[in-house]
Design a protein around this ligand. Structure first.
Ligand code: PEP
Length: 230
């Protein structure tokens, strides 16, 4: 079983969600498909045959936090997964490792599975071990880590069409598994598409993929699901 997580980011509308649902809902697979649309479109995935996830959440369960989205509400809407620590949240919204860990604690307490994103920038590529060690330091000893998934997403690969080689992906994911005592599945994310998905999923340390841009191309995404079936 492999994970295939679709991160729509801030894209899509009601019509797109309906077309996506219609096409993807009927696909049968042994694999775990997790679709993460923007918050206002989650309601369109009621009775979805695959899993639903969100792209972010508050670290608090509820209260006076204007504009934030409660993990309790996400659970109520059917989300079993929430992406946290995406590089766009870290870089653009200045989210710290501490805040990401608080979100993780709230999610695991509620029984929601966090998908924790980690990864180095282009400039820090030679120091990827140090960067990942810092990003993982709070999580690695945590008793609830088995409820999480770790997604390695090199920042320089996201949306760029550039990917690490299969041996580089294997080296980094093996390092993550070693750091976390193999407590949770490890995914690769960054410019995954119909052309490279098979090679990436064949890497022994890859338990699945996180897909941004290509998950918005409904035909391609549906082919990607079919491709991992066979
Ligand atoms: C992402 O943003 O999580 C991602 C993997 O994007 P893309 O597939 O477009 O590189």
């Amino acid at each position: 079983m492999k994970f295939l997580v679709a991160n729509w980011k801030m894209n899509g509308d009601v019509e797109f969600a309906e077309s996506f649902f219609e096409k993807i809902n009927s696909i049968k697979t042994e694999n775990q498909i997790v679709v993460c649309p923007p918050f206002p479109l989650l309601y369109k995935f009621k009775n979805f045959s695959h899993s639903l996830g969100a792209q972010n959440c508050s670290d608090r369960k509820n209260g006076a936090f204007t504009g934030e989205v409660s993990p309790l509400l996400l659970q109520n809407l059917g989300c079993k997964y929430v992406i946290i620590g995406h590089s766009e949240r870290r870089r653009i919204f200045k989210e710290s490792n501490e805040l990401i860990f608080e979100k993780y604690k709230t999610l695991t307490e509620l029984g929601i599975n966090p998908i924790i994103c980690v990864g180095e920038t282009e400039e820090s590529r030679p120091q990827w071990r140090d960067i990942l060690s810092i990003q993982l330091s709070k999580f690695k000893e945590d008793a609830n880590l088995s409820k999480a998934i770790i997604a390695y997403e090199p920042v320089w690969s996201i949306g760029s069409g550039k990917t690490p080689t299969t041996s580089e992906i294997h080296e980094v994911l093996s390092f993550i598994k070693q750091t976390t005592n193999s407590k949770c599945p490890t995914l690769y994310g960054g410019s995954v598409n119909i052309k490279n998905i098979s090679d990436i999923l064949q890497i022994p340390s890859v338990d699945g993929v996180l897909i941004g841009g290509a998950s918005l191309r409904i035909e391609e995404f549906s082919e990607m699901i079919q491709c991992i079936v066979c």
